[in-house]
Design a protein around this ligand. Sequence first.
Ligand SMILES: [Zn+2]
Length: 181
Amino acid sequence: MKRAGIHLVFAGGSLLKPWLLNILACPICKEHPLTVHIIQVESNVLKDSASLAKELVIHFKKGVLSEPSLKPVHNLSSSKDVDKWLAAARNAFASLAKQKPTPTTLQPLVDFLHRLEVLEGILRCEKCRRFYPIGSRIVGVPELLPDAQRDKEADLAFLRKHKDVLPEKLLSGSKPFALKS
Ligand SMILES: [Zn+2]
């Protein structure tokens, strides 16, 4: 029942928030972080941004926050917020070399990690080159499935749908399926 974890995480019907990138790993080779290509995104209104910042301090101290996961993020959407909030999040992490993690110093991470919701995109493991669709069958839901449980036709159709924005390396050089170049 390798899929159980995935279903539990999304049982509430919530969409993929970049916070999840802190803990996602390739289900096959366990590599972390995964590269994310954001194709379509939405931003939501946060009711209690201050509490989320406090929570991030706890996550940081427990080693849950992953600075490396902020590096392989590619914004292929038209949203300028993604770039702005990602830059703020990276800067906040960089500032921790000189400042302590407090709700104030980690506040800039809140927008990127919690306000964004990725409706469609691709996760990719650069180690084993597998790609995993986000929002292919259900909007906002990443499909981190073992090869045998994947739907080849659906996965290839998803790559074709976004072939104009996705990099050639991903389209023709991915596993377990790739588009012919
Ligand atoms: Zn992998």
